[in-house]
Write a protein that binds this ligand. Structure first.
Ligand SMILES: Cc1ncc(COP(=O)(O)O)c(C=O)c1O
Length: 409
């Protein structure tokens, strides 16, 4: 009888050949978490430049206190679904805080951002409807639309003209249409042209817009409401999906909307109904951190400054950077073998970044994905840039003359 796992044998063989016996980039263990930006990994003090802890709120004292209080008051978990015994006062308070934060009438809290996308996207549109999604959307969006009975159409990444063309073809179809985009894309940190997408949406009847603000919440917009706020088109975005696992510094997901009858979704969304709700301690820390994010102008400035430092520092070395200045700095390696050697060189010198390989990356890039935290210091980022320089030089990715020029700059 064939082994159950045989169909993945080629993948496993390829992985074994690539990783050999060295440190596996997809199996990193944090032995000790020292702060938002530092940990001990493999016995080595390491600067973390590959988290999604954009605002550095994971050790925020008020959030820690709220979480401890909730643990004492309510225990370690709810042991139930939101629809049954898993809605505590904290879940309702968090939904109220989300409505206040995003200035929307309705909010639904899910157990993860993945489940929020799965739940909303598989449920919202019916068999007569259409979902038009950006081709570079996250796996949770792909999995969500896969569960939908609507027809799914992909348009070119960040291309409002392509979306317009596809919507025009559907103009005489009676069904509703849902456009799905992300505010900032995780791999290259590129931003959606949200104002242009909103303008395309306004041209047609029965069209809704959903934006996943996972990577832009807290980072973009004066009050951290993400790319729709920054682009001045919040009223055009009918649904914002997001996560607490990045800027909010904990775990969980949500969807907010101004549409009447939004709460109907609580009765029909399987990823909301058939899973346990978030632990009260998580809910309490998310609620506190939302308030900090709203008033987090100083943190957003720090991210901007840090992004500029890391981006310009790595670009000056002569490395190929696939991202614009953003909290994600994606360095391109020429091939998977070099990318792994690069990643290992960094981790052995005390820098953790994410390794991202095709097919998980756009354009088939092999990426060293660095990401910024507001809590990174100038000295930490200087050190990171220096270590990138050493490792890249050893791998022959930059010549020493370029490096000398960079050091003088
Ligand atoms: C764009 C996007 N959406 C959704 C998610 C899922 O978020 P969560 O970690 O809360 O499941 C992620 C996480 O990587 C993401 O990058």
């Amino acid at each position: 009888m064939a082994n159950l796992f045989d169909r993945w044998a080629p993948l496993m063989a390829q992985r074994d050949a690539l990783f050999g016996d060295g440190i596996n980039p997809f199996n990193v263990v944090m032995d000790e978490v020292l702060s938002q930006t530092e940990a001990t990994i493999g016995g080595r003090h390491t600067i973390l430049v590959g988290t999604n802890n954009y605002l550095g709120l994971t050790f925020q004292p008020e959030a820690l206190k709220a979480a401890h209080d909730a643990l004492d008051a309510c225990g370690t978990g709810t042991t139930g679904s939101r629809m049954a015994n898993g809605t505590y006062y904290g879940h309702k308070d968090l939904e109220t805080a989300l409505c206040d934060f995003f200035q929307k009438k309705h909010a639904m809290v899910f157990s993860t951002g993945f489940l929020a996308n799965m739940g909303i996207l598989s449920t919202l549109m019916g068999p007569e409807d259409f979902i038009l999604m950006d081709a570079d959307c996250h796996a949770s969006i792909y999995d969500g639309v896969r569960g939908s009975s609507a027809q799914v159409i992909r348009f070119k990444h960040n291309d409002p003209a392509d979306l317009d063309k596809r919507l025009a073809r559907l103009a005489d179809k009676p069904g509703n249409k849902l456009i799905v985009v992300e505010g900032i894309y995780s791999m290259l940190g590129d931003k959606a042209p949200m104002a242009e997408f909103a303008a395309v949406k306004r041209k047609y009847e029965n069209v809704y817009l959903l934006s996943d603000e996972a990577h832009s919440m807290g980072v973009c917009g004066r009050y951290g409401r993400g790319v729709p706020e920054e682009a001045g088109v919040e009223d055009d975005v009918d649904f914002i999906v997001g996560t607490f696992s990045k800027s909010v510094g904990t775990v969980g997901g949500f969807c907010v909307s101004n549409l009447d009858n939004f709460d109907t979704l609580r009765l029909v969304t399987r990823a909301y109904i058939f899973t346990a709700s978030l632990p009260p301690s998580v809910v309490a820390s998310a609620t506190v951190n939302l308030e900090i994010i709203k008033n987090g102008g100083v943190l957003r400035k720090r991210i901007e400054r840090n992004s500029e430092q890391l981006h310009s520092g790595l670009a000056a070395l002569g490395l190929k950077i696939a991202s614009d200045v953003s909290p994600v700095v994606a360095v391109v390696a020429p091939d998977p073998v070099t990318a792994i050697a690069f990643w290992r060189g960094l981790i052995e010198a005390g820098v953790y970044v994410n390794l991202a390989l095709p097919p998980a990356t756009p354009f088939g890039y092999c990426l060293l994905r660095a990401s910024i935290c507001a809590a990174h210091t100038e000295e930490q980022l200087d050190r990171v840039i220096g270590i990138f320089a050493d490792v890249a030089t050893k791998l022959g990715l930059i010549d020493t003359d370029t490096q000398k020029v960079a050091a003088r700059a």
